[in-house]
Design a protein around this ligand. Structure first.
Ligand SMILES: *[C@@H]1O[C@H](CO)[C@@H](O)[C@H](O)[C@H]1NC(C)=O
Ligand SMILES: *[C@@H]1O[C@H](CO)[C@@H](O)[C@H](O)[C@H]1NC(C)=O
Ligand SMILES: *[C@@H]1O[C@H](CO)[C@@H](O)[C@H](O)[C@H]1NC(C)=O
Ligand SMILES: *[C@@H]1O[C@H](CO)[C@@H](O)[C@H](O)[C@H]1NC(C)=O
Ligand SMILES: *[C@@H]1O[C@H](CO)[C@@H](O)[C@H](O)[C@H]1NC(C)=O
Ligand SMILES: *[C@@H]1O[C@H](CO)[C@@H](O)[C@H](O)[C@H]1NC(C)=O
Ligand SMILES: *[C@@H]1O[C@H](CO)[C@@H](O)[C@H](O)[C@H]1NC(C)=O
Ligand SMILES: *[C@@H]1O[C@H](CO)[C@@H](O)[C@H](O)[C@H]1NC(C)=O
Ligand SMILES: *[C@@H]1O[C@H](CO)[C@@H](O)[C@H](O)[C@H]1NC(C)=O
Ligand SMILES: CC(=O)N[C@H]1CO[C@H](CO)[C@@H](O)[C@@H]1O
Length: 492
């Protein structure tokens, strides 16, 4: 204790002082070990069934994965955590799984970071404070009748072992004491820490609450920075708030959007953003551009972003609560998207694949003019670069070698729509090319991600081919196309 006190004087850092009040009980150490043993014991089931195992997307070693959490950079590694339930292929008592990477493409699995005790460990974020990685997460406690959500801290000085703070919770209720109060996203501005937290108001509207703190322990409520003013749902999960190209972006995962009349909002839940101006002095966020959905695919819900060296990166859960997850039969369920880079172009966020993903490419399998009805044969992975002539229809049939059909990816010249048809489940939207007219399509053992132009429109979907990938031109005209296979960058 004395030594720690000296440290806190030397660094005059509040978090160092907080960190002396850490707790890792013997039960906690024991539980973490039991989970690791269980994973080791169960892994052979997963390894024996690699048909849908992804090659370059983060997925759980065994069991269930959902929301990403605490995307951060600490001690020369990118860190990503995730909602994790090792003991089943559906959600259960939520742990935090943990992976690290040097380049946002190649990922290594680390031991369990947080284990549920009296609380389930719901999503949250991370910030480095004077050499310590501080996690802020939602403690979800439930009984037969109701539940309670408060905000907890945990600390690590090596980026591997995390200890919970003894004085948790640090925020114990939402203003107006509404029940749903989760997914804190913390950042620092000037001398203060700020956090946005997702909430559901007493009148069942999604909203985002903003707090500030000098020390990460005592938090002062500032404002409700945004609230559903009509048809944007009852609960806003996983809020994120950041500057992008000089404007403020509030990224949210709303539940209960009712506007399913257009091509938008076709999934159970959505991810989208509101652009506006923000005043730190008053905590006032003024909306300039109304909510827009971020991705058009079937499986994209809840996000984490991280800014490093002026680049903002995003990873999302490549899943949805109502998805089937056929990989359940193989002992696991759920995955993350590839890392994307965000920019703002006019009033629209562009999402491009992170540059380093190009390092996974093998030599081109095809490069040139794909005649109609020609077939490209891939194995379990592929990247396609397609030149689109926006004055002609384009139709690609993307399927497993033993499928009759699976994915039809189209550009419809008449409606100017890009259409992703997954066995009849249509996702589509009008595409006005901004910076380029080429597409990049990423195929993995059980997923497809389509980036139109410079990420002007994206589609993210889980899809389950029967056998190796085949790409067939079903257009009237040939199509210029380059195809690569992509190397493995995550553990099998
Ligand atoms: C699980 O397996 C890994 C890799 O083989 C090993 O390093 C680790 O010690 C094992 N953990 C337990 C708790 O058995
Ligand atoms: C696993 O999930 C199934 C289906 O939801 C459920 O019936 C079963 O009780 C779960 N088992 C555990 C250990 O959570
Ligand atoms: C909290 O409750 C008060 C009184 O009912 C109400 O005026 C206020 O708008 C509520 N604030 C929020 C953020 O819901
Ligand atoms: C949740 O529990 C905390 C105490 O840890 C309490 O202050 C808070 O009011 C509870 N929230 C609700 C919605 O009851
Ligand atoms: C919902 O649809 C109406 C009518 O088309 C539109 O005015 C409104 O902006 C839409 N809301 C959202 C959130 O897209
Ligand atoms: C696909 O796998 C086969 C068998 O392992 C191998 O011979 C072939 O080169 C692979 N093709 C690609 C495009 O990687
Ligand atoms: C395809 O490539 C050929 C040869 O480079 C070129 O002449 C043609 O214009 C390209 N077509 C499209 C649609 O870009
Ligand atoms: C695009 O399609 C139009 C209409 O078929 C055609 O005239 C034009 O040459 C095509 N452009 C390229 C680059 O192939
Ligand atoms: C991809 O994998 C192949 C086969 O394992 C290997 O020979 C090649 O060097 C790898 N390429 C890259 C860019 O890692
Ligand atoms: C140019 C060409 O032959 N395109 C073919 C592409 O595939 C469709 C459907 O199989 C054929 O109808 C086109 O003739």
């Amino acid at each position: 204790m004395k030594i720690l006190k000296v440290y806190s004087v030397i660094f005059s850092v509040i978090v160092t002082a907080l960190a002396c009040e850490l707790r890792e009980t013997n039960e906690e150490i024991q539980s973490k070990r039991l989970v690791e043993e269980y994973i080791n014991k169960t892994r052979p089931v997963v390894l024996d069934n690699p048909r849908f195992r992804l090659h370059y997307h983060i997925a759980p070693p065994v069991g269930w994965m959902n929301d990403p959490a605490a995307f951060s950079y600490y001690k020369e590694n990118y860190h990503l955590f995730y909602q994790y339930y090792p003991f089943n292929t559906t959600t259960g008592n939520t742990h935090w799984g943990h992976v690290i990477s040097k380049d946002l493409v190649t990922w290594t699995q680390l031991p369990i970071a947080l284990i549920p005790e009296e609380e389930l460990c719901f999503s949250g974020s991370a910030i480095e404070v004077e050499g310590t990685l501080v996690l802020m997460y939602t403690a979800h406690k439930k009984n037969e009748y109701s539940f309670n959500e408060t905000q907890y801290l945990a600390f690590s000085n090596d980026g591997v072992v995390f200890n919970k703070y003894v004085k948790n919770p640090v925020i114990s209720f939402a203003n107006n004491n509404s029940l749903d109060f989760r997914d804190p996203k913390v950042w620092k501005y000037g001398a203060l820490f700020y956090v946005v937290i997702g909430s559901r108001s007493s009148d069942d509207k999604g909203r985002v609450l903003l707090y500030k703190s000098k020390d990460m322990e005592y938090w002062e409520y500032i404002s409700e920075i945004a609230k559903n003013n009509g048809d944007l749902g009852f609960m806003w999960e996983c809020p994120d708030f950041f500057e992008l190209n000089g404007r403020f972006v509030l990224l949210i995962s709303p539940q209960g959007l009712t506007n399913k009349t257009t091509d938008r909002y076709q999934n159970q839940y959505q991810v989208g953003y509101i652009i506006g101006t923000f005043d730190y002095a008053t905590g006032d966020f003024k909306e300039e551009v109304a909510f827009q959905e971020l991705d058009y695919g079937h499986d994209f819900y809840t996000t984490q972003t991280l800014e490093r060296k002026s680049i903002r990166y995003l990873i999302a859960w490549m899943g949805s609560w109502d998805a089937m997850f056929p990989e359940r039969e193989d002992g696991w369920a759920g995955a993350m998207t590839i890392t994307r880079q965000l920019t703002l172009n006019g009033d629209r966020i562009l999402m491009k694949p992170v540059q380093a993903i190009e390092n996974l490419r093998g030599p081109p399998i095809f490069d040139g003019y794909l005649e109609p009805d020609n077939i490209i044969s891939l194995n379990q992975t592929g990247e396609l670069i397609i030149t689109v002539n926006v004055t002609e229809d384009l139709i690609l049939n993307i399927r497993g070698e033993n499928d009759i059909s699976l994915i039809i990816l189209k550009f419809d010249m008449a409606t100017k729509k890009v259409v992703l048809d997954r066995n009849g489940e249509i996702r589509q939207g009008e595409w006005k090319p901004i910076l380029s007219t080429s597409w990049r399509v990423f195929l993995d053992a059980s997923s497809i991600e389509v980036f139109c132009g410079e990420g002007e429109m994206t589609f993210t979907s889980r899809v389950y081919p029967n056998g190796m990938w085949r790409v067939v031109n079903s257009s009237v005209k040939g199509v210029n196309l380059t195809a690569y296979s992509l190397n493995r960058s995550v553990p099998l």
